[in-house]
Design a protein around this ligand. Structure first.
Ligand SMILES: [Ca+2]
Ligand SMILES: [Ca+2]
Length: 285
């Protein structure tokens, strides 16, 4: 019995809740899924403003699913010229391993400029988010590739409304976004990728956004504003390749490694904790 109590005590320590970090786009971390391996060819921002003048990059990707929430973090920055950060998720059966031309993205249908883009086999995205900011407008939109619908998650007036601190968006998506990163990769080297600490922090209600408990496959990349041109900033990375250019010609099967990562739900530690507590109470009697 002592052994059991000890085991439960260890589980209880392991399951002790970590203090919730503020969703502010700073100190972005969590379970590391990928680190950028490719210098940015979309410019390296050095000014430290929320408009990230002169550059876009994505440095590290973090993710976990706990208690029905997908916690996603990306360090990096997006140039305030309506360039777009796209995040594609594979969370339910079905989807588009090759992007078709019948999608809606809540914006001006830029997603359809990526028709023909082919993801790694095994990754069949069904949902996604797109981020953009520019003069006078900031938009975070969702898309559903199965139902061919999209819409607003959160919109605001532009770079002046950044950073976002625990912004409550539609469909159970809560957002932190600090767009001032000057660290991470630059135009010549990816060696500093892990030095970036600011960017996007998302807490996504799995049931509300996906109607699924997971697991979730994820990929993230940066495109031009009209999505007719893809950068080389992809997570997981493209191994030092240059800008990917026309999306319709991009086939991630032709780039070494998987340009997607899989996030598996964490075990329900709370129920174990409950069992442990019951065992400890019984032992005392
Ligand atoms: Ca940088
Ligand atoms: Ca690949």
């Amino acid at each position: 019995m002592k052994m059991f109590a000890k085991a439960f005590a260890i589980i209880a320590i392991a399951a002790a809740p970590v203090a919730a970090q503020p969703l502010d786009g700073q100190m972005v971390g969590g379970s590391l899924l990928a680190t950028q391996d490719t210098p940015t060819q979309f410019g390296n921002a050095t000014g430290g403003g929320q408009d990230s003048a002169g550059g876009s990059e994505v440095n590290q990707l973090f993710g976990s699913i706990s208690g029905g929430t997908l916690n996603l973090g990306i360090t990096g920055n997006l140039e305030g010229n309506f360039n777009k950060l796209w995040i594609f998720f594979d969370a339910v059966p079905g989807g588009e391993n090759v992007l078709s031309d019948d999608n809606a993205d809540g914006g001006f249908g830029e997603i359809n400029a990526m028709q023909g883009m082919t993801f790694d086999s095994g990754f069949e995205p069904d949902h996604g988010l797109r981020f953009e900011v520019g003069g006078g407008f900031l938009g975070i939109r969702y898309f559903d590739l199965i139902d061919n619908v999209g819409g607003d998650i959160f919109t605001a007036g532009g770079t002046g409304d950044l950073p976002l601190n625990n912004a409550a968006g539609a469909l159970g998506v809560n957002i932190g976004w600090d767009n001032s990163n000057v660290l991470g990769v630059d135009g010549a080297s990816a060696a500093g990728a892990a030095t970036a600490t600011t960017g996007w922090e998302l807490a996504i209600d799995m049931a509300a956004f996906f109607g699924s408990a997971g697991p979730v496959g994820v990929t993230a990349f940066v495109s031009s504003g009209d999505a007719t041109f893809l950068s080389n900033q992809v997570l997981p990375g493209v191994g030092g390749a240059g800008n990917l250019a026309g999306p319709g010609n991009v086939n991630f099967n032709n780039i070494a490694g998987d340009q997607y990562a899989t996030i598996v739900p964490e075990p329900a530690t709370l129920s174990l904790l409950g069992l442990g507590a019951i065992a400890l109470i019984r032992r005392r009697r």
